[in-house]
Design a protein around this ligand. Structure first.
Ligand code: CUA
Length: 646
């Protein structure tokens, strides 16, 4: 390794706890016959039995206090993925307090997501009206850009299980559209573009790129089941406004994470399985995999020129991005830059110059210079891999990288349970032959096995180098035990100084993956809905009542603290009922709920919001519909009597 100090055992509270997972992971790697120089870094001492939790040492370096006094507001928003709970979470930082959850792919009985007609229309239903899917696995969340910074319009989040992308409106913090990507499985990486590659007037996000990890026969309809050489995957572009899939690119290898350039010209995905293996041993056979670049303007021109095919029943144009079809740089749509051994993570530096891929099974970070990739596409660079500006050893199991806007990168080291802070320009000098260039600036132990990492404003041109959060996959001894399922730790690090300082542990419900952190001024959420957004709105209590057309019945209800209108309504067994409720309260935070006992219905209406539910009146009797959301001193009295006649 480079001069950088690798032995950090003396700084660890309990090396044996790290040791366990490292040993297991290393055994797996050794079995696969890998030569990744692990021995130089695997120098943690001891294999003593697990000791009781040792208290973390108090930070020795001066740092800022992340804790807020009662009533104080956070200075940053954090948008977090909810993993296989399928939701999207909003945190305040630096406090780490969870402020909100936005259900996207999975039902949520609090707000009625998956229960109301409006949410079911977003989520997608089967012919019988039930939800098409009830599981999801969110990994990555990113927000829309304008002029290189977040513009507060949208965020997007992926569902890996069913290959869906959800959009979250950041004015109301609600999911408003979900799109299922055709002909792909394992949709993992996601990133919005930051401007148009051609039209300078479009200085904001209009596309979201989606990488699919798992390769399948195309179309995947029962053909070619055992012909692995025919399995392929696709890289997709989704329109940020319409949420329709604009185009897809057929590629060799797979897609993992996604990054986009600030000039809009390039998107890229790191590839860990260029072998196209179906078993993990086969996925790790190549010494180098790739960071695959997409030339956005050329792809869109190819689509315009009709140079595409379609797959199966999908109408989405698919262009050919395979290696064989893209050997001439001057017409190539794609460019495969090689990166060592099953890389994970590709991140754009805030100066707009580089994408950094972490080696995962190689202890290296690879810095790719975007100007050189564009040179290759222009026929001005003879070998594509000359775009690699640096490839330096940084530690074991490097995964994801964040930036401070001062030229430093922060990469998670999964196996070392550390964050390494390294200087990108110094790494480039070292790579060029200056062996005195000290690129590793600092290392910090985290607890334990960190995956995603991000710093305040890191994914914008305005990275401010204040706070860094790291998502640790194993909390082990950091919190009170609650049975076999431990919380994860999202640890907060002060990066405002030369040394990183760990300042807080936050337990989070498993299992978040990626997240972004940005200044609170960039969001202006609304407190009260606009009644006119809802075509079904019941705008006045006088419009409320029961409207019958045979056995099709519409019940229109208004809520205004502390009463519903009507206070009672009459149905007949067998009625097909659509119940529409508008909350006419205009006061901030005055939300009402509406539950129907034994009919399995509950939802809330925020101020000036309208929702509807459809159900069959199949049980005779009296059903006290009541307000489930505390609203008023007479909250308990806020009811409407549903009478169902036999
Ligand atoms: Cu209305 Cu509680």
């Amino acid at each position: 390794m480079n001069e950088a100090k690798m032995n950090t055992a003396e700084a660890m509270p309990d090396p044996s706890r790290r040791k366990f997972l490292n040993t297991a992971a290393l055994a797996g790697l050794a079995g696969a016959g890998l030569s990744v120089g692990l021995s130089a870094c695997n120098n943690e001492s001891g294999s003593k039995p697990a000791a009781p939790a040792a208290p973390a040492a108090a930070p020795a370096v001066a740092h800022r206090e992340p804790h807020l006094k009662p009533g104080e507001l956070d200075t940053y928003y954090g948008l977090w993925s909810g993993g296989h709970t399928g939701d999207f979470r909003v945190l305040g930082l630096p406090s780490g307090r969870e402020l909100h959850r936005v259900p996207c792919f999975n039902a949520d009985p609090l707000i009625g997501w998956g229960i109301t007609n409006e949410s079911k229309a977003v989520m997608g239903t089967k012919a019988d009206g039930s939800l098409k899917y009830t599981v999801a696995d969110t990994h990555h969340t990113h927000a829309s850009y304008k002029d290189g910074n977040y513009d507060g319009r949208y965020a997007w989040i992926n569902d890996k299980i069913n290959s869906r992308i959800a959009r979250i409106r950041l004015d109301y913090f609600i999911c408003d559209k979900i799109t299922e990507l055709p002909n792909v499985q394992g949709f993992h990486g996601i990133f919005p573009d930051k401007r148009d590659p051609v039209d300078p007037a479009i200085n904001y996000t209009t596309r979201v790129f989606c990488g699919a990890e798992f390769h399948t026969p195309l179309p995947n309809d029962g053909r070619d089941l055992d012909s692995l050489d025919k399995y392929r995957t696709l890289f997709s572009c989704v329109d940020a406004e319409s949420m329709e899939v604009r185009w897809q690119v057929l590629i060799d290898g797979n897609c993992d994470l996604v990054a986009t350039s600030f000039d809009g010209k390039l998107a890229a995905t790191n590839q860990y399985n260029t072998e196209g293996g179906a078993r993990y041993e086969d996925m790790m056979s190549a010494e180098r995999d790739a960071c695959l670049f997409f030339n956005i303007a050329r792809i869109e021109q190819a689509v315009k020129d009709g140079k595409f095919k379609t797959i199966g029943s999908s109408k989405v144009p698919v262009v050919d991005g395979t290696k064989a079809a893209n050997t001439d740089p001057k017409t190539a749509l794609t460019a495969y830059v090689t990166v060592p051994k099953n890389p994970h993570g590709v991140n754009a530096s805030p100066d707009g110059k580089y994408f950094i891929c972490a080696g995962k099974l190689s202890p290296t970070g690879t810095v790719i210079e975007l100007a050189k990739v564009l040179d290759w596409f222009d026929g001005k660079l003879d070998e594509l891999d000359k775009a690699i500006a640096a490839e330096v050893e940084i530690g074991l199991g490097p995964l994801h990288t964040a930036f401070d806007g001062r030229g430093n990168a922060y990469t998670t080291l999964f196996l070392d349970s550390q964050i390494v802070k390294w200087n990108v320009e110094a790494a480039i000098k070292f790579h060029a032959g200056d062996k005195n260039a000290q690129y590793v600036v600092d290392r910090l132990d985290v607890h334990y096995q960190p995956g995603h990492i991000n710093a305040s404003q890191s994914e914008t041109m305005f990275a401010d180098g204040q706070w860094l959060a790291v998502g640790c996959k194993f909390s082990k001894d950091r919190f009170l035990p609650v049975g076999p399922l431990h919380a994860e730790t999202e640890q907060l690090v002060d990066i405002s100084g030369e040394k990183m300082v760990l300042v807080a542990d936050h337990p989070v419900r498993p299992e978040p993956h990626d997240f972004i952190i940005f200044k609170r001024e960039l969001l202006q959420p609304k407190q009260v809905y606009d009644l006119n957004e809802f075509p079904l709105a019941v705008k006045d209590p006088k419009e409320a009542g029961v409207f019958r057309d045979g056995n099709k019945v519409t019940v229109k209800i208004t809520s205004m603290a502390p009463a519903f209108e009507p206070r009672e309504f009459r149905l007949k067994v067998g009625d097909e009922v659509t119940l529409i409720m508008t909350n006419l309260d205009k006061i901030e935070d005055l939300t009402h709920g509406f539950a129907i006992p034994k009919y399995n219905i509950n939802f809330i209406c925020n101020p000036q919001e309208t929702k509807s539910v459809t159900f069959k009146a199949d049980k005779p009797g009296i059903f006290w519909c009541y307000c489930t959301h505390f609203c008023h001193a007479l909250h308990l009295e806020m009811r409407s009597r549903m009478i169902v006649e036999a």
